[in-house]
Design a protein around this ligand. Structure first.
Ligand SMILES: [Mg+2]
Length: 393
């Protein structure tokens, strides 16, 4: 026992695409892309069948379609993915309360305290994976180790349907042959510099002279050497919900009409605050992101005195931010618009913090309709003024 930790990293395989293949069995074993289908749509997820063609997520859909014209292209159904995600996270929490979600389909589980009750780390990892398959019909990759960094590398190493345990005495043989780019924090900036020193693998980094490394890493030399040895002391921080929620849309065609932008903003606020309410949180800060036709991006934010999850309250604040930008950039075509909330907290006795009871009733009704019939079935009237449905990417 002692301070030895047991960390499992679980990552669903091609999550959105796999949910679609599961819900539409006719697309099983076929190349499937999920994402925006409009002119500027982006691939949000690619099934393993389509990745063979060089398609990856965040790629423009037009390019992806050229690489694999026979691929099935499906729209993003975020509410469905959230529903499956909730089930997957329930399974995680049956193994341990110490679950740190990284996204809808990925989490760290600290199962150190569960070992006595549920068996070895491999037993728990195997059970989690089997339970996910049984209850959702989906495959996950599982990585197991005594810290987060190794557990994450282990699940990546096995993908898809991976099951990799890195025991203490196997750390060196696991890490050494890997390219240095696999180390967390070695990004596009640092990688060429370190490669210039002749360091290509993690083994070479581990054995390198710290004085030489410090030319590239500076004060962080010790940190990167520790990672090269497989050392990582960070704790699993149990999270109950996302720390921030956001939604953004790249338009098929740039929009400069303020009324249209405000209608889109309303839709986004509804989506974000709906998620906020479904997770039982209120938010303190509201942010609006605007990218114009020349790719200049502005983010504007406001903090509230009283945190809220009300669509109307958040919309009013977001509208002020957008209108201020519009005044400063008259007739500037907008390419992307997004809204986000952060500073999430549990509501106090005032609850969601509505200005009026009518707002509360409206939010509740819309949440219920959306829950039953899907994201696009109901909206505040203002959002309907937009003449076409935006694409999500
Ligand atoms: Mg995944």
């Amino acid at each position: 026992m002692g301070c030895e930790r047991a960390i499992i990293h679980v990552d669903m395989d091609a999550f959105y695409a796999s949910v679609e293949q599961h819900d539409h069995p006719q697309y099983k074993n076929r190349p499937v892309m999920v994402g925006g289908t409009g002119g500027r749509g982006v691939v949000a997820a690619a099934s393993y069948e389509v990745r063979k063609y060089g398609v990856y997520s965040a790629m423009p859909m037009t390019r992806a379609r050229k690489l694999c014209p026979e691929a099935v292209v499906l729209p993003v159904r975020m509410s469905r993915y959230r529903e499956v995600s909730a089930e997957v996270f329930r399974i995680f929490r049956e193994a341990t309360p110490d679950v740190e979600g990284l996204s809808l389909d990925e989490a760290f589980l600290d199962v150190s305290a569960s070992l006595a009750l549920l068996g070895s780390i491999e037993t728990i990892g195997a059970n989690v994976r089997a339970e996910i398959l049984r209850r959702t019909g989906l495959h996950a990759s599982v990585g197991m180790a005594h810290n987060k960094y190794l557990a994450k590398l282990a699940s990546d190493a096995g993908k898809p349907r991976g099951f990799v345990h890195v025991p203490r005495d196997g750390v060196r043989s696991f890490l050494d042959p890997m390219p240095v780019s696999r180390i967390w924090g070695i990004g596009k900036q640092t990688l060429p510099k370190i490669q210039k020193l002749g360091i290509l693998t993690i083994a070479q980094l581990r054995k390198a002279d710290p004085a030489v490394l410090s030319q590239v890493f500076g004060k962080r030399t010790g940190h990167f050497l520790a990672l090269a040895r497989g050392d990582d002391e960070r704790e699993v921080v149990a999270s109950r919900a996302d720390k921030s929620l956001s939604r953004e849309v790249t338009f098929d065609q740039d929009i400069s009409e303020p009324r249209e932008l405000l209608a889109e903003l309303q839709r986004q606020v509804e989506s974000v605050t709906g998620r906020l309410r479904s997770q039982g949180y209120v938010a303190r800060t509201i942010q609006v992101k605007i990218r114009d036709w020349r790719f200049r991006t502005a983010t504007r934010s406001r903090s509230l005195v009283a945190p809220t999850a009300s669509t109307e309250v958040v919309y009013k604040q977001a509208r002020v931010l957008l209108q201020k930008w519009l005044q400063e950039h008259l007739n500037t075509p907008v390419r992307l618009l997004g809204v986000g909330v952060s500073g999430l907290e549990e509501p106090d006795e005032r609850g969601i913090n509505y200005d009026t009871t009518a707002q509360k009733v409206l939010d509740k009704t819309l949440d219920e309709i959306k829950r039953r019939y899907g994201d696009n079935k109901a909206t505040h009237a203002l959002a309907l003024r937009r003449n076409k449905i935006p694409r999500e990417d």
